[in-house]
Design a binder for this molecule. Structure first.
Ligand SMILES: NC(=O)c1ccc[n+]([C@@H]2O[C@H](COP(=O)([O-])OP(=O)(O)OC[C@H]3O[C@@H](n4cnc5c(N)ncnc54)[C@H](OP(=O)(O)O)[C@@H]3O)[C@@H](O)[C@H]2O)c1
Length: 265
């Protein structure tokens, strides 16, 4: 790992500049993604299409595509000098990132019920994104990010961490509700009930957006803000698409339910 990073970057200044560039490029990609999602849903799950490559088994796709977001940070911390990992704010922020990807990589894929296969292009894009984002978030936090000693008592950190935790729990709980709509072996769709689904069609996405927004508030970096923005763009578009899909599919779909933001949108 050390050899690879020194081959890639001639100095720490150069690596830090590149990490900043990666964050700004992610913002640029979020804008491009926003525009392309006006014309096309991200093609997986109920919008999967053979136009986007051969189908990859859904459990295998989720496990493999998310794995870099777990493995790369662990390699960076254990096989690489991680100068800032002795600091409590950095430790807590990296822990938030790892908790999410531990659940997403090692638990979520194996409990999916009857999920649609993922087209290869969607799988490959998610895999590349997880390498890109896993490196950008955790390399910055473990080696470069500087926080004052009192940062963990700063309102930004406290509010951000509380949002992160609330969002994470909401995401896990809502995915659990969706999963249990199907009996083992079933593949069809039903109206989700309970939890935040009483208010919005995409409670799991609301959780994930809240989670990474909280992370960005706590971390106060362009890298975390870029990730929160990218997540918001992708999942808010998917939330609106799911909401419209439910309204056309189910005549008895609850009329007061919104797409993503309770009582608003
Ligand atoms: N950070 C990011 O940028 C990002 C991007 C994408 C996803 N994610 C996260 O990854 C997780 C999964 O995302 P997703 O887009 O696959 O979510 P999704 O479209 O809500 O589907 C989640 C799972 O529930 C099933 N399901 C959904 N609605 C259902 C219904 N009404 N009845 C029965 N089963 C239903 C789906 O089956 P089918 O496969 O058969 O549709 C799938 O297995 C979420 O927690 C999301 O927040 C994060």
């Amino acid at each position: 790992m050390d050899a690879l990073l020194s081959w890639l970057w001639s100095s720490e200044e150069e690596e830090l500049k590149m990490l900043d560039f990666m964050a700004y490029f992610m913002v640029f990609m979020a804008v491009c993604t926003f525009l392309s999602l006006l014309f096309q849903n991200v093609p997986y799950g109920r919008y999967a299409s053979s136009k986007y490559g051969f189908p990859v088994n859904v459990k295998l796709a989720w496990f493999v595509q998310e794995l870099p977001s777990l493995l790369l940070p662990l390699c960076l911390m254990f096989w690489e000098s991680s100068a800032k990992m002795s600091q409590l704010p950095n430790q807590l922020l990296v822990t938030m990132f790892l908790c999410h990807y531990f659940q997403r990589t090692l638990i979520y894929p194996f409990v999916i019920r009857g999920g649609k296969s993922t087209p290869f292009v969607s799988f490959a894009l998610a895999f590349v994104f997880c390498i890109y984002n896993g490196y950008m978030q955790v390399r910055y936090l473990s080696h470069y990010a500087e926080y004052p000693a009192y940062w963990v008592t700063h309102p930004y950190f406290i509010v951000g961490s509380a949002l992160w935790l609330t969002g994470w729990l909401l995401n896990i709980h809502s995915d659990h509700i969706l999963r249990n709509l199907r009996k083992p072996g079933e593949t069809g769709y039903k109206i989700p009930r309970g939890g935040m689904f009483e208010y919005v069609s995409a409670a799991n996405f609301l959780g994930e957006i809240t989670e990474w927004t909280g992370f960005a508030v706590a971390a106060q970096s362009v890298h975390s803000a870029a990730f929160a923005l990218f997540t918001t763009v992708v999942l808010s578009s998917r939330a609106v698409a799911h909401h419209k899909w439910y309204l056309t599919k189910f005549e008895d779909y609850p009329k007061s339910r919104k797409a993503l933001i309770p009582f608003v949108l």
